[in-house]
Design a protein around this ligand. Structure first.
Ligand code: HEM
Ligand code: HEM
Length: 219
């Protein structure tokens, strides 16, 4: 069992993660169709903007966003997402394993730094948890599913932190860490964590009031 979690399941998790994302991309294009324009798109007059007008336009568009309504949440979510992606990729422990099994490794951050970033990441998770528990307007729309998702995301960082500090039994914690990482990878394509992909597909390809581009597909 331990061997399976630390061996084959690692590869299985990565394959499910990649194939799951590819499957979701195909499903997205199958479910959405190109918009049937009631007028030829070429006829829509779009005003040309100068660089200054573009900056003013971009700043004005920030007005209705989270940045204006809740700057603290904006900063926390930014830190959360940046560390979520950077820490595991540039972690020495991970790159050593990558080197041992594939003979390749990325540049690594010093362990003292990744350890602090891990702690900051966990504080961000605690902040999200606190909002869901104590802010009535957030609690009202929170279900067990939201807590479960937070747990799935926090678990690899929490167990990674325990492993680095050699708290509890190292082998058990390491096995739990690998299992937690695998669970996260496997669940990303099939849960709301899939927003990692859908965020970009929806914002750039589907035409709606939140689009970043003139979306050309509809449900
Ligand atoms: C699936 C396979 C994975 C393996 C085999 C693995 C393996 C390891 C190893 C060997 C360490 C070093 C422990 C030590 O210093 O004693 C570590 C630490 C860590 N891992 Fe992973 N890991 C995996 C997945 C993940 C994932 C998916 C994440 C997060 C998205 C993650 C986040 C971390 C963090 C944050 C630490 C270090 C915490 C700290 O230094 O305070 N790991 N991992
Ligand atoms: C890489 C592209 C990604 C983008 C653009 C993105 C964007 C977003 C946005 C807009 C939100 C909603 C606002 C907020 O609460 O912060 C959000 C929330 C969240 N994201 Fe991402 N995300 C990405 C990747 C990921 C990944 C890979 C994971 C985890 C595997 C993840 C986990 C979460 C979680 C857990 C929340 C909700 C926190 C809560 O409980 O409120 N995100 N993300």
């Amino acid at each position: 069992m331990y061997d399976f979690i630390q061996g084959q399941l690692v590869s299985i998790a990565f394959v499910i993660f990649i194939l799951g994302l590819i499957f979701q991309i195909f499903k997205f294009f199958k479910l959405t169709k190109k918009k049937e324009w009631s007028y030829p798109p070429g006829e829509v007059k779009r005003e040309k903007k100068t660089a200054g007008q573009w900056v003013a336009f971009c700043l004005a568009s920030l007005n209705g966003t989270l940045w204006k309504t809740d700057p603290l949440l904006t900063v926390v979510t930014l830190v959360f997402h940046v560390f979520l992606i950077l820490v595991p990729i540039f972690l020495l422990g991970h790159n050593i394993l990558l080197d041992q099994s594939w003979g390749l490794s990325l540049w690594s951050l010093p362990e003292s730094i990744t350890d602090i970033l891990t702690l900051v990441f966990l504080i961000c998770v605690a902040f999200f948890l606190g909002r869901r528990l104590f802010l009535s307007r957030v609690r009202a729309i929170t279900t067990v599913y939201d807590y479960l998702i937070l747990l799935i995301v926090a678990a690899p960082f929490l167990t990674g932190y325990f492993a680095y500090h050699q708290w509890f039994n190292y082998d058990t914690v390491m096995t739990l860490h690998i299992l937690a990482g695998e669970v996260m990878l496997i669940t990303i394509p099939f849960t709301k964590l899939g927003h990692m992909l859908f965020f970009f597909l929806y914002r750039f390809l589907i035409g709606n009031e939140y689009s970043f581009a003139r979306g050309e597909r509809v449900w």
